[in-house]
Design a protein around this ligand. Structure first.
Ligand code: ADP
Ligand code: GLC
Length: 496
């Protein structure tokens, strides 16, 4: 199959979260499995432009004319990369925000991106299936099924849309219709309209041939009002086309045996290096390194309400009465940055905080911590807890979405399980779970060793999920062929 991935971030070019890890890994695995795969993202400031393949793509019919270009990002690990280049929109420091606020022209930016992607598909790389990710590429199926429906090159290409996080939908005031030159006739409840505003993700959900999200549990959850962020109704209407496919891990990037950012490498067979990593981690945070028996609890996260920081705030004082270290790395909402800064000030010998985006340090936290904390309010998949398993760092998580699907609760009697889970989204439930983990850690070294090794043995490599995507792509191609015969010859000629 010929597959085009469309997204807004991708390792190693641009990253704010797990989406970039997925777009960096899944295409590679599909290419290894014999498919012809390309990825297209915007060309942000730090990305080398490469050669212009389509130098002048005019991409705003009806609105102000923007002339973008499609750049050749070359081939890496068997995957071809393309960039949509339009400096006024994408040559910026941050991907989506400035000083914590969304860019005011995000509607125009990602409408232009979607239109340029369609030109790429028409004129340079015409795939059998397009795989879009999140709201930033959700207009691709809408444009394809609408203004390009009769186009002979792309009109019948099926689109799979993966929802990585329903909390981000690309919602804009109604004037975005004009600003982004969107089809006015689609501004109604069954398409782009959402409580008087324009909702890109909703448009994608309506027009994509198939929908996926990144764990089975989250695929169920988003059909309920509690987790649906207002889109549960529309998702329920499309539930036969919605399924959960769990993310995998790129173990070439995330394995303690080969990780180049760690002070020492280690494996399940020889854990000696993990202690060195712990010492190094404490030193990075300027915490005392004399007593390496005390547990280190790690946090690496976007600082967003989704991640459960209000629970941490609620229990921090009680939790920090225990003899332990807490190290946290993250950036995001100022109130959570402040929360962690204050904890570090109040408990300077116990708490280490780095308000930054720092990939090497993220790896060091995975390697050097004993436990990894993710008390998320919701979590579509979550990658850090899966990385933690491989690093012998025991996850303490809330049983939601992908966290629930990937972590099995530890049972001391049978010695089975890989972590600690709690269900109710409350401070006391989190505290009790943490204290249970601390008890096993300090009172039963044998059980803890088993727990660590159980996790390290788990295999979440991409192969299985890549196979599921393959099947879905094939099925989607078949369905579209069956559902929509080619348009009449006359309209096909007219479209060109
Ligand atoms: P999400 O995509 O919701 O942020 P995931 O757990 O899927 O959550 O993925 C987060 C990814 O981003 C992981 O690779 C994690 O290591 C990385 N990450 C998050 N915050 C930081 C940070 N401050 N510095 C470095 N890496 C980070
Ligand atoms: C999102 C989700 C996270 C998921 C990631 C990759 O950012 O918040 O749970 O792991 O996308 O799919």
């Amino acid at each position: 199959m010929k597959i085009l991935f469309v997204g807004s971030e991708c390792v190693p070019f641009a990253k704010t979260g797990g989406l970039a890890d997925v777009l960096g890994a899944l295409p590679k695995v599909l290419a290894q499995r014999g498919h012809e795969v390309a990825v297209v993202i915007p060309r942000y400031k730090k990305i080398e432009p490469g050669k212009a393949l389509l130098p002048a793509v005019s991409v705003a019919p009806g609105g102000t004319s923007h002339v973008a270009s499609i750049r050749d990002g070359r081939t890496r690990d068997g995957v071809r990369f393309f960039f949509v280049d339009y400096p006024p929109f994408f040559d910026r420091e941050q991907l989506y925000t400035v000083q914590g606020q969304d860019y005011p022209d995000n509607a125009e930016r990602f409408a232009l991106f979607a239109r340029a992607v369609i030109e790429l598909a028409r004129r340079v790389f015409t795939p059998d299936v397009i795989h879009c990710h999140d709201w930033q590429s959700a207009l691709v199926p809408l444009f394809l099924r609408h203004e390009f429906a009769a186009d002979t090159a792309v009109g019948q290409i099926p689109v799979v849309l993966t929802i990585h996080n329903l909390g981000y939908q690309g919602v804009f005031p109604a004037d975005a219709l004009d600003r982004a030159a969107l089809p006015r006739e689609l501004f109604h409840m069954e398409a782009l309209e959402f409580y008087g505003q324009v909702n890109y993700l909703k448009g994608g959900i309506v027009f994509a041939d198939a929908l996926t999200t990144v764990s089975r549990k989250y695929a169920e959850e988003i059909q309920t009002p509690e987790y649906g962020h207002g889109l549960d109704g529309i998702l329920r209407t499309r539930r036969e086309r919605l399924r959960g496919i769990l993310n995998g891990v790129d173990y070439a990037e995330w394995s303690p045996e080969t990780d180049k950012f760690l002070a020492a490498n280690y494996s399940a067979a020889n854990l000696a290096g993990k202690l060195e990593c712990k010492k190094d981690l404490l030193a990075q945070f300027k915490l005392p390194t004399l007593d390496l028996k005390k547990p280190v609890i790690g946090v690496v996260s976007r600082f967003a309400a989704q991640k459960g920081f209000d629970l941490i705030a609620e229990v921090a004082d009680a939790f920090l009465r225990h003899d332990l270290f807490l190290v946290a790395l993250g950036t995001g909402e100022p109130s959570y940055e402040q929360l962690f800064r204050e904890l570090a000030q109040r408990f300077p010998k116990k708490v280490g905080v780095r308000i930054a985006y720092d990939n090497p340090l993220a790896h060091k936290i995975e390697g050097g911590s004993d436990m990894f904390l993710m008390p998320s309010r919701y979590e579509p998949c979550g990658l850090n807890q899966i990385y933690s398993l491989k690093y012998g760092t025991v996850p303490v998580v809330r049983a939601t979405g992908g966290l629930d699907d990937t972590i099995e609760p530890f049972d001391a009697r049978s010695g089975q399980g890989t972590g600690f889970k709690f269900s109710a989204y409350t401070g006391p439930a989190l505290l009790e779970c943490l204290e249970q983990a601390l008890r096993v850690y300090s009172k039963d070294a044998g059980a803890w060793q088993r727990l660590v090794r159980n996790g390290m043995k788990k295999d979440f490599s991409w192969e299985r999920s890549a196979g599921e995507y393959e099947q879905l792509f094939q099925q989607t191609i078949r369905l579209r062929k069956a559902a929509s015969p080619l348009p009449a010859i006359s309209s096909r000629i007219g479209a060109n």
